[in-house]
Design a protein around this ligand. Structure first.
Ligand SMILES: C[S@@+](CC[C@H](N)C(=O)[O-])C[C@H]1O[C@@H](n2cnc3c(N)ncnc32)[C@H](O)[C@@H]1O
Length: 235
């Protein structure tokens, strides 16, 4: 099956490996509404949290664009350390080649197995939805523990709706969005089929409850469009 002009996939087997890294930025821009605007939002929000010696993590950094944007934006703070984490080796190689500012360290790691240092800003955009649900709470707990008091978690996910009717309607609108952006109907179906059991969105409430259980009390939605939501959780 096809999931984009030159991306071929199989049922329940979507992967970011193989030749995806070099096609990734174009594909995600076409697939996710307001993708660039949410990156812009992350840049804007970072101004409130990045101090002169902060540590910043991007979990599931893919090609590393956001960390590169932050490193350029905060160039007057040369002691900030940025860590981009991704489980796919090809993503990290691509990030190192195209978005490797001197303050950024890209690391090929499984976030579930790594230890975090104390940090002021942790980003996870469209990544935790790919982590098996049974591991998510432990990861969010680890993120909470890593943050310094007053630090923030910038958390963007695909989310399910609070009821069946709006879930159906939003799914239909999201499919229209993809067709409008140039995907063929067969590609929309191909991607959906490949994501079965691989991308598992929680509802807004499911995500907020998980954040609360880890210890976050100050949780706000700072952007939501159809089935994509950005939470800002402050420690
Ligand atoms: C949809 S992409 C997110 C891309 C990026 N954050 C962005 O906004 O463009 C999800 C990324 O998370 C990575 N990922 C998935 N599970 C991971 C894990 N357990 N540890 C580290 N990275 C992971 C994938 O390899 C992929 O690059």
């Amino acid at each position: 099956m096809k999931s984009d002009k030159n991306i071929f996939t199989k049922r329940s087997s979507w992967t970011f490996d193989k030749d995806i890294p070099k096609k990734f930025d174009k594909h995600i821009n076409k697939s996710v509404p307001l993708y660039k605007e949410v990156q812009w939002l992350c840049n804007e929000v970072s101004d409130f949290y990045l101090k002169k010696d902060s540590i910043v993590y991007d979990i599931g950094c893919s090609t590393g664009i956001v960390l590169n944007q932050l490193a350029v934006r905060h160039k007057e703070k040369p002691k900030i350390k940025y860590y981009g984490i991704d489980i796919i080796k090809g993503m990290i190689s691509y990030a190192k080649k195209y978005n490797n500012h001197k303050q950024i360290k890209f690391q090929n790691k499984n976030v579930l197995k790594m230890k975090f240092d104390k940090s002021d800003f942790i980003i996870s955009m469209y990544t935790i939805q790919f982590i098996e649900p049974k591991h998510r709470q432990a990861l969010i707990n680890k993120i909470f523990r890593s943050l310094n008091w007053g630090g923030a978690f910038f958390f963007v996910e695909k989310v399910r709706s609070y009821d069946a009717r709006t879930q159906d309607q939003i799914t239909s609108m999201y499919e229209s969005f993809k067709l409008k952006n140039g995907f063929a109907a067969s590609e929309v179906f191909g991607k959906k089929n490949s994501l079965k059991g691989v991308l598992e969105p929680f509802s807004t409430k499911g995500n907020v409850d998980m954040l609360k259980r880890s210890g976050f009390k100050d949780i706000s939605t700072i952007s939501k469009f159809m089935c994509f939501e950005c939470f800002l959780a402050i420690k």
